[in-house]
Design a protein around this ligand. Structure first.
Ligand SMILES: Cc1cc2nc3c(=O)[nH]c(=O)nc-3n(C[C@H](O)[C@H](O)[C@H](O)COP(=O)(O)O)c2cc1C
Length: 357
């Protein structure tokens, strides 16, 4: 029987417990998309998690689409991530950076004026995305990537993985969910390409397979995880047959020796995504989505996943693991401050006290 508080290995990463902090964009990076000291304090406070997955972090200026998300492509960014890695490691925690290239899910005002927006096909994301003041804005019409450019995008992901290790991070997670660039390649409605990266099922999964392979080659497969949400239509992705797509993807990357598959599990009619992952993937699984302590324990004791992740609960409860251990009450975080606070980055971010305060 797997105890939620028991240590484990996720690939090459040694976790003190099986409780993972899910990736959460909080829109608080500084000028130049450089992580701040406030972010270091936020992550340090949450280092009791067996593993922290950072907020979505762009591998290039082009890959940015939201307001004040951090990057992992400049020397200054890498140096700042190092202070975060040191802060988390100082508390005995482990941390990976989630690499997020948004593709077409981008608002121009959120990124550099000269940074273009690219996608598998020139089809605009129909969903509006919050701009600098938090109000929803039309997304940019993307330019379809030339076949010859794709190797360069994959190389940026590999460089981001190397940068994460240079910063002292324990690894990286490929953000392959929520309708961002990798999922735009996977989904039949956003990928209308006629080259080797579109059309057939094998071609639609190629970008993700090659990206994961490149990241694994860069830093070792045991330090690379990936996140999926089969069938979810966030940011306008709508795959004709998610079951077929993700079964093929999981089988194709099954023998790469990757650290884990992180499932953002949103219940959808006619398909249980956790069953889908378990049937097609032999590596470690992190289950996520609306879990409470009891339901998370059940997932582990039933052997359906190896670890569990929590998003919302980690916002208001920095010492969530201690609270779970103690059976202590949980704080419900104020959603108004989920993204950039009202003029003050600390509010609703680093000001949730631990149990013993
Ligand atoms: C404020 C906020 C920001 C999020 N940002 C990201 C992100 O950057 N990358 C990602 O993969 N998921 C992101 N998510 C989704 C969470 O990782 C998680 O899947 C979701 O909150 C469901 O888990 P929960 O029910 O434990 O909160 C975000 C969720 C929240 C609440």
């Amino acid at each position: 029987m797997t105890n939620i508080f028991s240590p484990m290995m996720l690939g090459d990463i040694a976790l003190a417990n099986r409780i993972v902090m899910a990736p959460m964009t909080r829109d608080r990076a500084g000028p130049g998309d450089v992580p701040t000291a406030t972010m270091a304090e936020y992550y340090r406070q949450r280092a009791g998690a067996g593993l922290i997955v950072s907020e979505g972090t762009q591998p290039s200026r082009v890959g940015k689409g939201y307001w004040r998300t951090p990057g992992i492509h400049s020397d200054e960014q890498v140096a700042a991530w190092r202070t975060i890695a040191d802060a988390v490691h100082g508390e005995g925690g482990r941390m990976v950076i989630q690499i997020m290239h948004v593709g077409r899910a981008a608002v121009q005002a959120n990124k550099d004026a000269d940074a273009e927006t690219v996608a598998p096909s020139a089809i605009r994301c129909p969903d509006k995305i919050p701009g600098p003041d938090g109000e929803p804005v039309e997304t940019v019409m993307p330019r379809a990537l030339e076949t010859g450019e794709i190797a360069g995008i994959i190389a940026e992901y590999a460089a981001a993985a190397r940068n994460a290790r240079t910063a002292g991070m324990d690894g990286v997670e490929l953000h392959c969910a929520s309708g961002y660039l990798p999922m735009q390649f996977l989904s039949s409605n956003t990928n209308q390409r006629t080259d080797g990266y579109g059309g057939s099922l094998e071609n639609r999964i190629r970008f993700v397979v090659e990206t994961l392979r490149a990241m694994a080659d860069a830093i070792g497969p045991g330090r690379v995880g990936f996140r999926i949400c089969p069938g979810v239509k966030f940011n306008g992705v709508d795959d004709a047959d998610p079951h077929e797509t993700y079964a093929a993807l999981l089988k194709a990357v099954d023998d790469l020796g990757l650290a884990y598959c992180h499932l953002m599990h949103i219940p959808l009619p006619g398909q249980d995504a956790l069953d889908l992952v378990r049937e097609n993937w032999r590596g470690a699984i992190i289950e996520n989505g609306g879990l409470k302590l009891q339901t998370a324990k059940a997932v582990l004791t039933e052997g359906k996943a190896d670890a569990v992740s929590f998003g919302n609960l980690f916002i208001g409860n920095p010492d969530l693991v201690e609270r779970f251990r103690a059976g202590a009450p949980l704080i419900r975080a104020d959603r108004a401050n989920y993204y950039t606070g009202h003029g003050n980055d600390q509010v609703g971010y680093t000001d949730y006290p631990p149990l013993d305060a």
